[in-house]
Structures are given as structure tokens and as C-alpha cells.
Design a protein around this ligand. Structure first.
Ligand code: DLL
Length: 433
């Protein structure tokens, strides 16, 4: 179902006009209220009157994740604090998270974007939506919640984890739609099999899965194990959360809510804007946001844009499902983990060398498993086993508290991890997705 045909099926020229008007407003607003942007625009000698067409967006400066961190927590806010009604965050390299601050209008934008997203997957007011994205600072839970409420569906705000209870509720309440990470959706099928629950007999028939990379193979598995249609949904905290783009029934690329979030794809090395079909780094400009609006935010996600008409009737540009990221961020069970965070934590632990290797596997239960191999200092290694065991569990608990994920630590002898004269290889990602 198309939630908002007026905007989703808009004639492309009319949409361009709307985007241009909103872009000019945006430039004016950030110039007036965000010193960071005022300085950048002044350095380029740019004002909103210099924007004559949407293509002129190329004149504007990029915003990077580092810019967000440097301006943590409120430096990019474009309105007074008393207009902010909600805040979300996601973790990052230096321990400082990236922050999105929402006004009530921003929440309305998000609700609209997620209503379109869930509707495209077939959600209506008759549905019972089991929302197992995490609720809290993570955007997944609240984003799906707002969208489902707005459609008039019944929401089960489960949050993530407690699989036994998830399965009980799924049976007892007759959930018809599932929202969670794709790896968790698969994990639940294993637990269901162990508990003798036949998912095919349950009313669940569709799901919106995202927040981490997944593949067509994984979609096929999910669809078969639940007897459902599985849709890809994309988003990121900095731009709004989930709902930036979504699949429709054609499942042929993700429709971008481009009246709200203007997409470009650039060459990550040069910053040059690439043409449709050319693979590069995805960049978004928030055209209508008020709390923390962003100009040309570099997502580090890799994809290309498609403008061929879609059989669903929406006229919005589509992005191919993600190919990966330009940086080294790992997404482990939906949580963003940077190798440098691990490095930083290790430096603080006595007895270890800052030499490590992260090995990521997707276990038989479809959940990501991380083994962290850590080199132990020479004098420490000759110590008795009890000391080593203590060190191992200390590292595990430090990592758990810093990264919010559990990983297995394996202590290795000094100088066993391969050295490199160029970039060190810190990650072996064996996940076949
Ligand atoms: O993961 C928002 C979200 C919640 C999206 C629920 C979909 C569903 P962050 O935690 O800020 O926000 O992480 C954003 O996750 O830049 C991508 O690298 C990755 N990502 C998000 N959706 C997908 C997807 C949420 N469908 C980062 N496929 C993004 C692959 C995805 N990667």
C-alpha cells in the first residue's frame, strides 16, 4: 500500500521544485543558527540566494561523522533547547556517540517516513506488529513504533532479546508483522524449532528488517522459515533513524523518502558527485528537519541510485541494497563497533599489548560471534594459568561494558599476530552475507 501517494508518486519535476525550496530554507536556517555551518558557508562565500537549482547542492560543504563528534553534544542544534522533545544516539569510534535531537516536527517527519516504510511492506491497521528493535537511545524501536501507531496497527513494544518471551507473545497475540534485525529474525527461527513451534502455522506473514547488512540469501531463508515476505529497511541515527529508505513489494532497491532526505552518491576519494548506477558513498541532506539538520552528510555506506520507474507506482529514486561501508565499522548483532574502540580499551588494560585481531563469524544460530585475539605481554605470559584466566575474563568484561556486546577473548603469545608495514589488518570478517 502507498501511504502518501501525493508525495511518494509526485511528478519528479514538481518534487525537484519542492526540494529546491526546502534546500534554500535549510541553508538559510543553518546559516542563521549553527555557527559551524555559518563558518563553512562563509569560507565558501555561499548564501541561500546562490542556490538556483537542486543541482546547486554540489556547491555546499559536506558534513562528516568527525564534524558531529567535534560538535558533541549540542553544537549542531539549529533551534532553542526548549523545542527539543526527544534525543537518540548511536555509538562511535572515540566513545562519543553521534546525536540526533528531534523537535516535534522532526518526530512528525519520522512518523511519516516510517508510516510509508511499514505501509510499503503491507502494514495496515489490521496488523499486529511485534517490534523487537531495541527501545532506548537506539532509533530502531521508537522509529518502528511511531510508524505502526500512525498507521493504526497494534504495536507489541517487545524491544530486543528474551527470545522465549518473544515466541510466546508471537503465538499468544497472533503477531502478523515482525520488526527486528535480520540476524535476530533468523535466530528466533532456531529457538522456535527447538521449542517445537511451527512458525508456518502462525499468522506472522511479513517483516521489516534492517540496521545491519544482510543478503538475498538471508532474505530467502527468512521468508521460507516464517512463510512471510521480508523487506529491507534502511536508515541512520544522524539522518532520522530507520525510514530513510525502504523496499516496496517489487523488492528491487529501496525507495528513498527523497522529499525529506535528499540523496547523492559521491566518489569517496574525491567528493565528486557520481551518476545514477555508479557505486560510491551515499550522502544525505535533511531537507525539512529542525533539531539537528545536516547538509550533505557522508554516511560511509556504499550503494548506487536507480531512477528507472518502479512497478509499484512510486516515483522516488531507489538505492541498491548496501554493498558495505567505506570505513571499518563493524556491525555486530546490530551494534556498531569500531576496531579502534577495542584498541583504545586494550591500551588501558595492564598485561596486554595493543596487538589484536577481531575475528567475526556468523554462528550456526545466525548470530554474530566475535573472537578477540589479544597478545599478552611477555612477562605476563610466563605467569601461571590462573593469572592468565583472570586477565582473559577482565578483558571480556571491559569489552562488554565499553562495546555493549559480548565477545570471546583468546590470549595469544607475544608476537604471534601478524605485523604489517602498511595498514594493519585488524578484522577478519568471515560472515558470508
Ligand atoms: O541502524 C537505524 C535503523 C534501525 C535502520 C532499524 C533500520 C532498522 P544506526 O545505529 O545509526 O541506525 O546505524 C546506521 O547501520 O549507516 C548502515 O551502515 C547500517 N544499516 C542500517 N540499515 C541497514 C540495512 C540504524 N538495511 C548504520 N542494510 C547505517 C545494511 C544497514 N546496513
Amino acid at each position: 500500500m502507498i501511504f502518501n501517494p501525493e508525495y511518494e508518486c509526485m511528478e519528479p519535476q514538481a518534487r525537484k521544485k519542492l526540494q529546491l525550496a526546502n534546500l534554500k530554507n535549510l541553508v538559510e536556517m543553518v546559516y542563521a543558527h549553527v555557527p559551524f555551518y555559518r563558518d563553512k558557508l562563509d569560507a565558501l562565500g555561499l548564501k541561500s540566494r546562490d542556490i538556483h537549482s537542486i543541482a546547486d547542492i554540489e556547491k555546499l560543504p559536506f558534513t562528516t561523522k568527525d564534524d558531529l563528534r567535534d560538535n558533541y553534544p549540542h553544537g549542531l542544534r539549529a533551534c532553542p533547547q526548549d523545542r527539543i522533545v526527544e534525543v537518540h544516539m548511536s555509538s562511535g569510534t572515540t566513545g562519543k556517540p553521534v546525536v540526533d535531537e528531534y523537535t516535534m516536527k522532526d518526530i512528525d517527519i519520522w512518523r511519516e517516513a516510517m508510516s510509508r516504510t511499514l505501509s510499503a511492506a503491507g502494514c495496515t491497521r489490521d496488523d499486529i506488529v511485534q517490534n523487537c528493535y531495541g527501545y532506548g537511545l537506539f532509533t530502531g524501536g521508537p522509529g518502528a513504533h511511531y510508524g505502526a501507531l500512525n498507521i493504526g496497527a497494534e504495536v507489541l513494544p517487545m524491544s530486543s532479546g528474551n527470545t522465549g518471551r518473544q515466541l510466546m507473545v508471537m503465538q499468544d497475540f497472533g503477531s502478523t508483522m515482525l520488526c527486528c534485525t535480520p540476524s535476530y529474525a533468523l535466530y528466533m527461527t532456531e529457538e522456535a524449532a527447538d521449542a517445537g513451534i511451527d512458525l508456518h502455522k502462525l499468522p506472522i506473514n511479513k517483516g521489516c528488517f534492517g540496521a545491519e547488512p544482510w543478503s538475498e540469501n538471508m532474505r530467502t531463508e527468512i521468508e521460507a522459515r516464517y512463510s512471510m515476505k521480508a523487506y529491507d529497511i534502511y536508515g541512520l541515527t544522524e539522518i532520522i533513524g530507520p525510514g530513510v529508505s525502504f523496499e516496496c513489494e517489487a523488492q528491487d532497491g529501496l525507495h528513498v523518502n527523497e522529499d525529506l532526505f535528499y540523496p547523492e552518491v559521491i566518489d569517496p576519494a574525491t567528493g565528486r558527485v557520481l551518476g545514477d548506477g555508479e557505486k560510491g558513498e551515499l550522502v544525505f541532506t535533511t531537507l525539512t528537519k529542525e533539531g539537528t539538520p545536516l547538509l550533505r552528510y557522508r554516511t560511509r555506506d556504499i550503494t548506487f541510485l536507480m531512477r528507472e520507474p518502479c512497478s509499484c507506482g512510486r516515483t522516488t529514486v531507489r538505492m541498491h541494497r548496501l554493498f558495505g561501508r567505506t570505513d571499518d565499522m563493524l556491525i555486530i548483532r546490530g551494534v556498531n563497533v569500531f576496531p579502534s574502540q577495542i584498541e583504545q580499551a586494550l591500551i588501558e588494560i595492564e598485561g596486554t599489548e595493543p596487538q589484536y585481531l577481531i575475528v567475526v563469524n556468523r554462528g550456526e544460530n545466525h548470530l554474530d560471534e566475535v573472537e578477540l585475539q589479544v597478545e599478552v605481554k611477555k612477562d605476563f605470559f610466563s605467569d601461571e594459568t590462573r593469572g592468565l584466566e583472570g586477565l582473559r575474563s577482565r578483558i571480556e568484561s571491559v569489552m562488554k561494558s565499553k562495546l555493549q556486546i559480548a565477545l570471546k577473548v583468546k590470549l595469544v603469545e607475544p608476537r604471534t599476530i601478524e605485523r604489517s608495514i602498511g595498514k594493519a589488518k585488524r578484522v577478519i570478517d568471515n560472515r558470508k552475507i
